[in-house]
Design a protein around this ligand. Structure first.
Ligand SMILES: [Zn+2]
Length: 283
């Protein structure tokens, strides 16, 4: 599933291409990805210009006509956005031009013969257009961005101590902190030496500082590496991310801990896997 670094990588790639593009018309192939009726969706994006490509939590947010409306895409499990028929300034075509989307769900026909395709194999992703006010309300419900300068270790600790949920679940709750998914929650707990099932309110200020640093380090490194390699994830160039080989606990059940050599364990919390080292992260 694409998480913050994968979405950020995609957003940075799309931001080089899409601003200034006008949506001429939209073809909805699978309307189950829309969060509103097809006709309304098509009318509200038609003839609007994409003025930026931004990220908020795991959402790709495209202000239309300088923020009169917002096109919001969530990639869900297997979603991707493919720009098509864009020329690079150096004349070479982005890699995704060579890839023909096999599961297009929504195709935006842009000016100049270009297109943007929302592709989704399993169709847990969503596409919607929101008014400026509706987007403001949605945005306000999301927690702070973990990479923002305003989000410090003390803020993380203050949030954690208000909850008795397992730390791993707290990190996944988008209302408490934005954009963190299963992979980076396991990695942040490992880097802080905190067992993923510990109650959030048991995390000490020192551990919260370690978790804050770990979260920013792992998210930052993942962005630098273009996002984690995931089955269906592709960045805007259509290339897989390179970060998969650098994860310290996620997906490494039974392999030696990079710190102490003990076998990494996997547990299931709230139906989702968490990976941890039983020595470095005691209960
Ligand atoms: Zn260990």
């Amino acid at each position: 599933m694409p998480e913050l670094p994968e979405v950020e990588t995609l957003v940075r790639g799309l931001h080089l291409l899409l601003p200034g593009c006008r949506i001429e018309r939209t073809r909805v192939i699978h309307e189950d990805v829309l969060r509103q009726p097809v006709r309304r969706f098509r009318n509200e994006v038609r003839h609007r210009t994409i003025t930026a490509v931004e990220r908020r939590a795991k959402n790709i947010v495209m202000p239309l006509d300088d923020g009169e409306a917002f096109l919001v895409v969530n990639l869900g499990m297997t979603g991707a956005l493919f720009p098509q028929r864009f020329e690079r300034s150096n004349g070479s075509a982005p890699g995704s031009l060579a890839r023909r989307p096999t599961h297009p769900a929504v195709r935006f026909h842009l000016d100049g013969g270009r297109a943007l395709v929302f592709h989704d194999v399993r169709r847990f992703g969503t596409v919607e257009v929101l008014s400026a006010e509706a987007w403001r309300v949605r945005d306000a419900r999301l927690g702070p961005e973990p990479l923002s300068d305003e989000f410090g270790a003390a803020d993380l600790h203050a949030g954690l101590v208000r909850s008795r949920s397992p730390v791993r679940n707290w990190l996944l709750d988008q209302r408490r902190i934005a954009g963190v998914g299963n992979i980076y929650a396991s990695e942040a707990c490992f880097r802080a030496g905190v067992h993923p099932e510990r109650p959030a309110d048991s995390v000490t200020p020192g551990e919260a500082a370690g978790m804050h640093r770990g979260l920013r380090d792992v998210l930052g490194a993942a962005i630098e590496h273009g996002g984690t390699t995931l089955q269906d994830y592709r960045n805007a160039d259509g290339r897989p991310g390179l970060f998969g080989t650098l994860l310290q606990v996620y997906g490494r059940e039974g392999e030696p801990c990079v710190s102490c050599g003990s076998p990494v364990e996997r547990i299931v919390i709230a139906n989702r896997s968490a990976f941890f080292c039983p020595e470095c992260q005691p209960r």
